[in-house]
Design a binder for this molecule. Structure first.
Ligand code: ATP
Length: 416
């Protein structure tokens, strides 16, 4: 049975696609579309089914149920060599005995193109990947990043309808990976071909993609442009897998107006939140609040935007200074055994000149605007394992000024 919710504007379409390996359902009733020319990523942890989905587009695996359409043509059962689809793999898969030129030319020669056309198309590709001067070299004589560019050129030279990329940068070191991300982006812009990109690296997916399908246990949890995934995650899995966050669980105790509500969080206090989901009085709610949307100050904030700013006294448990920013873990509650531990990220501008650094064990004020707490549709406690936690080894996370304890600020344990 198929979903029937496909849009005609989609170039690549997954319609109720399911793939099982024995008792394991690797891909579970996946339905979505990719638009022509899009840089589209499948993002998720190891084992979530993203490679299997990509391999079904390439024709290396067959779905047990559902259909895959490319440009309106059902390719579900079409042999791989009949599809206008090419794949770039993590391990490059170049022929070691052939030159760069011949590696790129390989598919064109198989297709029996004329010598002139082969030369013209290979040179066009060499120019695109900026390796014109290295065409005579063998793969062993070029760097990892250059090898990956050759692999991309070899796939693109065949003018596929869609280019599949399976973790193509995973074997490269960090600096090279960052450089190659920019190259990939430029190549995509120049050729205008649809890219379907598989990665478990959320930073890579966020910086490259027009849209991302976040996968978890064979299902697509959320499909959105990067900013929407980050700012408006629908589930605890998406909130925790993409970036870091804080989860708060509470009950709606007051509908303040048509837009805002008050939530009572046990052992924490009363929190004001933007009620975009129109949650009813008495309902249980899970909030996600990103660490950088929370603020720490020595003095109690005075501008509370008509009660829309949540303010709590907290104690710094741990902090890690990282140059551009400091990550704090603070606790709020009666005692450390009975409290909520929250992660706060403070970006520095002129750290030593302007800021009075907040130190370990200090009592400070935590605040965030009601609009920055985001209500989740689905919450699973297991997803908390994806969050970064304070380091536990003694002394490892304390700052250089950990011994200094300035006078405690005026704390009254109340909320505003
Ligand atoms: P990774 O990045 O680790 O490859 P993934 O998200 O791409 O992860 P898949 O490779 O698609 O995940 O695998 C999804 C699930 O299907 C995993 O549990 C995997 O062990 C299983 N699987 C994949 N291919 C096969 C196969 N040929 N036979 C049996 N199980 C398989």
């Amino acid at each position: 049975m198929h979903s029937g919710v496909l849009k005609l504007t989609d170039y690549l379409e997954f319609d109720g696609v399911t793939k099982r390996f024995g008792s394991l359902t690797a891909v579970d009733r996946v339905t979505f579309g990719v638009k022509k020319g899009e840089f589209f990523s499948l993002l998720g942890p190891s084992g979530c089914g993203k490679t299997t989905l990509l391999r079904m587009v390439a024709g290396f695996e067959q779905p047990d149920e559902g259909r895959i359409l490319l440009n309106g043509v059902d390719i579900t059962r079409m042999p791989p060599n009949k599809r206008h689809v090419n794949t770039v793999f993590q391990n490059y898969a170049l022929f070691p005995h052939l030159t760069i030129f011949e590696n790129i030319a390989f598919g064109l020669r198989l297709a029996r193109l004329s010598k002139e056309e082969v030369a013209e198309r290979v040179h066009e590709m060499l120019e695109l990947i900026q390796l014109t001067g290295q065409a005579h070299k063998k793969p062993t004589q070029i760097s990892g990043g250059q090898k990956q560019r050759v692999a991309i050129a070899r796939a693109l030279v065949l003018k596929p309808q869609i280019l599949l990329l399976d973790e193509p940068l995973a074997a490269l070191d960090l600096k090279l990976r960052q450089h190659m991300q920019i190259e990939l982006d430029t190549i995509h812009d120049k050729v205008g071909i649809t890219f379907l990109y598989v990665t478990h690296d959320q930073g890579e997916a966020m910086s490259l993609s027009d849209r991302i399908a976040v996968m978890n246990r064979g299902r697509v949890e959320q499909l959105d442009p990067p900013a929407r995934l980050y700012e408006a995650p629908r589930s605890s899995f998406v909130a925790a897998f993409i970036g870091d966050t804080n989860f708060l669980e509470g009950t709606v105790t007051q509908l303040i107006d048509s837009e805002y509500c008050r939530i009572e969080v046990e052992d924490f206090g009363s929190v004001v939140c933007y009620n975009d989901k129109h949650i009813k009085l008495g309902a249980k709610v899970y909030l996600s609040i990103r660490p950088e949307k929370m603020h720490l100050t020595h003095d109690k904030p005075v501008n509370l935007h008509d009660g829309k700013v949540n303010v709590f006294p907290v104690t710094v448990d741990q902090l890690v200074y990282q140059g551009a920013y400091t990550r704090f873990w603070v606790w709020n509650g009666k005692s450390k055994d009975d409290c909520w531990e929250l992660s706060v990220l403070q970006v520095h501008s002129r750290y030593l000149l302007d800021q009075q650094p907040i130190l370990w064990d200090q009592k400070v004020w935590l605040s965030w605007h009601a609009d920055d707490g985001f209500m989740l549709e689905n919450y699973d406690a297991k997803d908390e394992n994806l969050l970064s936690y304070p380091v536990t080894e003694e002394g490892e996370a304390t700052s250089a000024g950990a011994d200094e304890h300035p006078a405690e600020a005026d704390h009254d344990n109340g909320t505003v």
